[in-house]
Design a protein around this ligand. Structure first.
Ligand SMILES: [Zn+2]
Length: 361
């Protein structure tokens, strides 16, 4: 009787464990960031007051031809067609504050390194990460954590426009491959595209600490095709760069090009047996930008109100196709890492918990 009773408890425990341990289809995660891309343009398209302002938009006639419609749903689709045709119908989008769906950063800095630290580690750290200086990150990113798993060793890579990422991912400690800034790609066997991309790195303008995003995308995309990583992080920078310069036309064009990168990436992913219906794409930004003065969109940081307001998107086999989230709700930047790790079924401790809508409740 006692034995049967114990057996009964064991079976109940196993069943409970089986039920609570959801089995995910996700085997690969691709994380994409667009530096300082505002939620305002993601959800409402080109801003009418900025697109008309001669100070920020030299040729508003041709820009309006590309990105303007009086209908906000049409307008955002003109700017980000992949986001609104594919993610909005097959995945989930968070952060439309006009519908009280909120995403905020939890760090108090509202600039890049603190934002990327929060995205990649799942916990804000205002004590150690309070500048954009290239100091090695004392915190462990989810990329490093994945790379520590025997099954994922050397299956993690990052391609970034900004040259600060070797410090943010702490490559010396983590051993994660990070190709950033003016780094050429050093592989054992380079194909013709990689040779050309390496050549272009030294022949195109270097924008301070960043390279043009097209180089980052194609280097990362070639790596994906050639090396089949399980976790790939691509970080683009031009949106932030052109916003600081006050060039709204180039800011919008960069957002539009990046949307096309996403389309190329997802089309390829869904054509490959290793990736098709086994890959989750997560897209977000490191910080918001201002919106309280005509030129506030150019700036961000502690002194600029509302720069903690951001957005996120998730597309993948475990995320229900509920599209744009319109319920009154609050999410945070620190949830990105835990969401990725939950979908990969790798244990992970962080301040931010997985986005429940994205991983299934
Ligand atoms: Zn910036």
């Amino acid at each position: 009787m006692k034995k049967l009773f114990l057996l009964g408890i064991a079976c109940t425990c196993l069943l409970t464990a089986g039920w609570s341990q959801k089995k995910y289809k996700t085997e690969n995660v691709i994380l994409i960031t667009l530096d300082g891309m505002r939620w305002q343009e993601v959800f409402t398209g080109a801003d009418p007051s900025i697109i008309r302002n001669k100070e920020f938009t030299e040729d508003s006639v041709s820009l309006k031809k590309k990105f303007w419609s009086a209908d906000v749903n049409e307008r955002r689709k003109l700017l980000l067609p992949f986001v609104w045709n594919t993610i909005a119908t097959q995945g989930q989008l968070y952060g439309n504050r006009t519908k009280n769906n909120l995403v905020n950063v939890t760090n108090k800095m509202w600039f890049s390194y603190p934002g990327y630290n929060e995205i990649l580690t799942g916990t804000a750290d205002d004590v150690h990460i309070d500048s954009n200086d290239k100091n090695d990150n004392p915190n462990i990113t989810f990329l490093e954590k994945v790379n520590q798993q025997p099954a994922y060793k050397n299956k993690v890579a990052a391609f970034t426009s900004w040259d600060c990422f070797p410090a943010i991912v702490n490559t010396k400690r983590s051993g994660v491959l990070v190709n950033a800034g003016i780094d050429t790609y050093q592989g054992s066997k380079l194909n013709d595209s990689q040779k050309l991309l390496n050549q272009l790195i030294s022949e195109l303008p270097y924008l301070g600490e960043t390279r043009p995003d097209a180089l980052t995308f194609h280097l990362g995309f070639e790596y994906l095709k050639q090396n089949n990583p399980s976790v790939l992080f691509m970080s683009f920078d031009e949106t932030d760069h052109f916003a600081h310069e006050g060039k709204y036309d180039l800011y919008l064009q960069s957002a539009h090009y990046t949307d096309n990168f996403l389309n190329q990436l997802w089309t390829w992913v869904q054509s490959q047996p290793k990736y098709k219906d086994k890959t989750t794409l997560i897209i977000t930004t490191d910080h918001g930008r201002g919106d309280t003065r005509p030129d506030a969109w150019r700036h961000h940081g502690q002194k600029e109100p509302n720069c903690d307001q951001i957005w996120m998107a998730v597309l993948g086999p475990d995320t229900s196709a509920t599209g744009e989230q319109t319920q009154s709700q609050q999410h945070h930047q620190n949830q990105v890492a835990a969401t990725a790790m939950k979908l990969l079924s790798i244990p992970f401790e962080a301040a931010g918990k997985p986005v429940s809508e994205a991983v299934g409740k």
